[in-house]
Design a protein around this ligand. Structure first.
Ligand code: PEP
Length: 265
């Protein structure tokens, strides 16, 4: 059963895909395809180059912008980086932090994710903090240990009021871009484990408010199973967010399951 105090969220992580003109073509179609969606929050996270102009196109729509990463200083000598202030000015509401590709290819660790999360929240951006185990961790029965370490490390020192504003994405690394998703039951088990841990950071009520996403080979035909789980409040979508048809079907599935659940009350 869904938790009604948490608005479902579907975020598309485009990674290093789409030029600005491709991004505009996509967004113009997506706006039309999801114009009627009200019960789910929709976010796209394009490359930085497209943010500013997409913000103009998205004004007045039900689609919000997020960035895929940021640094934690407002400005300064950090060649190649982008600041939370810049993202905010470009129209971002969200920022993905600690994605496994950042951790694996760019050596990001929990301490850095933590600094970024604090800077994002200070600037009014909502961090979508990614946690998840590698295949070897899962096979060694270490899923909870790894997720706990990442979660605690990313949230350390955050006041409960700020902590309850974050979004956590559980993304098993072995399921990202592989077509091999975790089962909805596996995702729920980890989701529930995360929510219990969050009580230490955000208090019991605060932990209930935090949205938990599942990410890893989400497609239109598996979304329903995940969103039906009590601790899964949406999805972080990679590959399938690059196609308007698939992404809008995923969003509509979330909205449909949510509406059906509400009718039961
Ligand atoms: C991701 O990169 O966050 C992701 C979930 O990718 P995919 O949906 O392609 O597995």
């Amino acid at each position: 059963m869904l938790q009604y105090s948490r608005q479902p969220l579907v975020a598309g992580n485009w990674k290093m895909n789409k030029t600005v003109s491709q991004a505009h073509t996509f967004v113009n179609s997506l706006k039309e395809a999801v114009a009627e969606v009200k019960n789910a929050e929709i976010v796209i996270c394009p490359p930085y180059t497209a943010l500013f102009s997409l913000n103009q196109v998205l004004k007045g729509s039900n689609i919000f912008l997020g960035a895929q990463n940021m640094y934690y200083y407002e400005k300064g000598a950090f060649t190649g980086e982008i600041s939370p202030l810049m993202l905010q000015e470009a129209g971002c509401r969200y920022v993905i932090l600690g994605h496994s590709e950042r951790r694996i290819y760019f050596g990001e660790e929990d301490t850095l994710v933590n600094l970024k999360a604090k800077a994002a929240l200070r600037t009014g951006l909502t961090p979508i903090i990614c946690v998840g185990e590698q295949l070897a961790d899962r096979e060694a029965g270490k899923t909870e240990e790894v997720v706990q370490k990442q979660l605690i490390g990313s949230l350390v020192g955050l006041e409960p009021e700020l902590c309850q504003m974050v979004v956590i994405a559980y993304e098993p690394v072995w399921a990202i871009g592989t077509g091999q998703n975790a089962t909805a039951i596996e995702a729920q088990e980890v989701g529930n484990f995360i929510r219990k841990l969050l009580v230490n950071n955000a208090g019991k009520k605060g932990a209930e408010k935090i949205r938990l996403l599942y990410g890893g080979s989400i497609k239109p035909d598996n979304m329903a199973d995940f969103i039906k789980q009590p601790d899964i409040d949406g999805a972080l979508v990679g590959g399938a967010s690059l196609e308007v048809t698939d992404f809008s079907l995923i969003i509509k599935t979330v909205q449909e399951v949510e509406s059906k659940c509400q009718q039961l009350f």
